[in-house]
Design a binder for this molecule. Structure first.
Ligand code: SF4
Length: 309
């Protein structure tokens, strides 16, 4: 007889909710033939499949989009060159970049115009980091991507003035170490008080710590390419729990739940609520007798849709 402990603060954040609504409203407004999304609008397989089923096209390059179409930029944001190329092509642009990512973009724009070096703490190659460094308006040799304190050890800056920014979905604890190393090595570097991880990332990591402290196994609903979901899994592991990232209930290996009386469940910021409901139903059908919510629920936030939608 096991009990399922459910993180009260889990699942879709305001930025993801907005990005999905943007695609949905665009499909209604322009018709599916015209709506093309550059990159996965959010990193969740179910969300992308649902929107594809409604007719949205997902592509990795602007070259794949026919003339006269609408292009939607994903929640992770894009660089200035992509925006310029979409304009040159005459595509109608709808920007689903999360407003919290756009705020970081503006800092990068300003740093570039002022000729300051910019250090971005994040995962090289992740869509958000690619977009953020692509927002630097200046010599690209002044932009650096680091992740760990040892990356900072090897970092050299060639300008007097510098700023730093972080990916929004990093581990709060690990990022604090990298920021500390950065401030020690470059005492004048400008940046946020702590980091640029967003409130959704912070709240979900705090909630899963509480959950992982009381459960032997923690399941995290999210796709393998979701940064914030992977961080939730790692945070749970850092608390001593066994943690597994699953797209949905079909990926649950019941063997890992054998003899486990306290199972934890959370969901990444891009995972739909129906996925969590499906996991709960599956676990109830396989021996879970009680479901208990754990922790405070973070206040619900929402962001307005872009102008024109
Ligand atoms: S995880 Fe944070 S930055 Fe990313 S879309 Fe959600 S609110 Fe925005």
């Amino acid at each position: 007889m096991s009990t399922l402990y459910l993180a009260s603060t889990r699942g879709m954040c305001a930025g993801v909710d907005r990005a999905i609504k943007v695609v949905s409203v665009a499909l209604d407004k322009f018709g599916s033939a015209k709506v093309w999304v550059l990159h996965e609008v959010v990193h969740n397989r179910h969300v992308v499949e649902d929107l594809k089923a409604r007719g949205a096209h997902f592509v990795e390059s602007l070259d794949e989009i026919p003339d006269g179409s609408v292009v939607i930029f994903s929640a992770h944001g894009v660089g200035l060159q992509t925006v310029a190329e979409a304009k040159r092509r005459g595509l109608e642009i709808i920007d689903a970049t999360c407003p919290l990512v756009s705020r970081i973009h503006r800092k990068m724009n300003a740093a570039g115009l002022a000729g300051k070096s910019a250090v971005v703490i994040g995962h090289k190659g992740h869509q958000e980091v690619t977009g953020t460094i692509g927002q630097y308006q200046g010599d690209p040799r002044l932009v650096h991507v680091v992740l760990t304190p040892s990356d900072v050890e090897n970092l050299n800056l060639t300008t007097q003035e510098a700023i730093f920014a972080t990916q929004t979905t990093l581990s709060v604890d690990e990022t604090a170490q990298t920021v500390k190393a950065l401030r020690e090595k470059f005492p004048n570097i400008e940046g946020p008080k702590l980091d640029d991880t967003c409130f959704a990332t912070q709240h979900r990591q705090r909630a899963i710590k509480e959950l992982a402290a009381m459960c032997q196994v923690v399941l995290v609903a999210g796709s393998p390419n979701s940064s914030n979901s992977n961080r939730l899994k790692e945070v749970a592991q850092s608390m001593g729990a066994k943690a597994y990232l699953i797209d949905d209930e079909t990926q649950i290996d019941l063997r890992v739940l054998e003899n486990v009386d306290k199972i934890g469940l959370s969901a990444g910021a891009s995972a739909p609520a129906y996925v969590v409901d499906g996991i709960i139903a599956f676990l109830k059908a396989h021996g879970v007798k009680e479901v208990i919510e754990v922790g405070d629920k973070a206040l619900h936030t929402s962001f307005p849709l872009p102008k024109g939608l």
